[in-house]
Design a protein around this ligand. Structure first.
Ligand code: ATP
Length: 350
């Protein structure tokens, strides 16, 4: 599998990448447009260009096509094998199933890779955090197996398999070995969920045995929340199941400036979809208030996946410059600027 940080530096002079672009809804279209503009400028300097294949998903797609995930989107991802995705709203309670979860399952994007790092220049009560969450992406309580057993009694199934647990653990350990990360913690609640979380741990331990150079530890999820707030520096790579990974990602985003800052990659054997950790943030949608940094940092992971390291570097340096200067930042990180002004500042910094 191509991981987001494979390094190769030599390129033929001009390259065009076909990318399935899913703007999503809420703040999705705003942060996606901003990210596309920034990538195009950065790529131009390095002979790297993009063919964006725009695809609707969710409620908007349903209005147009009668499908929440239109066939055209599946076909596009099947062909391009690389996607850049904005958030798509999942209705709470009734309504359609999560588009995000459906795509992750359909394309077997089994590893959700979420690096949590402070950007140079942005003040944080936790400076210098550098940890990675590797979240299993295809099962657990996200299997969507829920039934009303009788009126007033609902039941949900937590599904954990050896296959999915082993492949995500392998991903985490291979990543650690390749990138010289020192330690992996499996996060669980196996004292209560003895069979499901027990199987997850058992699978991780077997994989860990093949990587003696990487220290392997286990923490219980509730203790982990406290440990993270007390001392996030003790964690290097967090390996965990789907639901714990979701919750820990939002918690950890607070170390580095909040949800507007944290990128993500959904990785499988044959396909990769890059998307921010945050949701569609309906409270600020359409108000020019969204911070596009999280999606832009997801796009940096995408550029690395595409072996476009020079373009990735240009984007990263421009981001660092804008955050270090600190004069054109969005409100979520203490600034006064809008999405558009921030985007222009990053482009100007290239
Ligand atoms: P989901 O369950 O769909 O992942 P969520 O519950 O994590 O979503 P979000 O939609 O991500 O919720 O929003 C949580 C809060 O963070 C909101 O107040 C929102 O305004 C803020 N937020 C999220 N993303 C951004 C962003 N890119 N820029 C600024 N604020 C953001």
């Amino acid at each position: 599998m191509t991981s987001p940080l494979n390094h190769h530096d030599s390129h033929p002079p001009a390259r065009t990448h076909k990318i399935t672009l899913i703007p999503g809804d809420g703040i999705g279209p705003e942060v996606t447009d901003a990210t596309v503009a920034m990538l195009e400028t950065a790529g131009r300097a390095h002979g790297c260009s993009f063919e964006w294949h725009r695809q609707d998903a969710g409620a908007d797609a349903f209005k147009k096509t009668g499908e929440y995930i239109p066939k055209a989107l599946y076909d596009s991802l099947e062909t391009n094998r690389v996607g850049l995705k904005g958030p798509v709203t999942t209705p709470i309670g009734g309504g359609f199933a999560s588009i995000n979860v459906t795509l992750r399952k359909k394309f077997e994007l089994f590893a959700n890779f979420r690096p949590i790092r402070n950007l140079a220049g942005l003040h944080s009560r936790y400076p210098g955090v550098d940890l990675i969450i590797v979240r299993e992406n295809t099962e657990d309580l996200y299997a969507g197996l829920e039934v009303m057993v009788q009126p007033g009694v609902a039941m949900g199934m937590k599904v954990i398999t050896e296959k999915a647990s082993t492949r995500v653990a392998k991903f985490a350990f291979e990543y650690a070995a390749k990138h010289n990360r020192k330690r992996i913690h499996s996060i669980h609640k196996a004292n209560i969920m003895k069979l499901t979380d027990g199987l997850f741990l058992d699978s991780a331990r077997k994989v860990a045995a093949g990587f003696p150079q990487v220290e392997y530890l286990e923490h219980i999820i509730d203790n982990t929340c406290m440990q993270l707030v007390l001392n996030p520096y003790q964690y290097d790579i967090i390996l965990t199941e789907n639901l714990y990974g979701d919750i820990l990602s939002d918690l950890c985003s607070a170390f580095v400036g909040g949800l507007g800052m944290v990128p993500g990659a959904n990785l499988g054997e044959n396909c990769a979809v890059f998307e921010a950790v945050h949701g569609s943030a309906p409270d600020i949608a359409g108000k020019d208030m969204a911070n596009p940094t999280a999606l832009l940092r997801s796009a940096i992971l995408m550029l690395e996946h595409l072996d476009e390291f020079a373009t990735a570097e240009t984007v990263q340096s421009a981001l660092d410059k804008v955050y270090t200067e600190g004069t054109v930042l969005t409100r979520d990180v203490g600034g006064k600027s809008g999405t558009k002004a921030f985007t222009d500042a990053v482009i100007a910094a290239m």
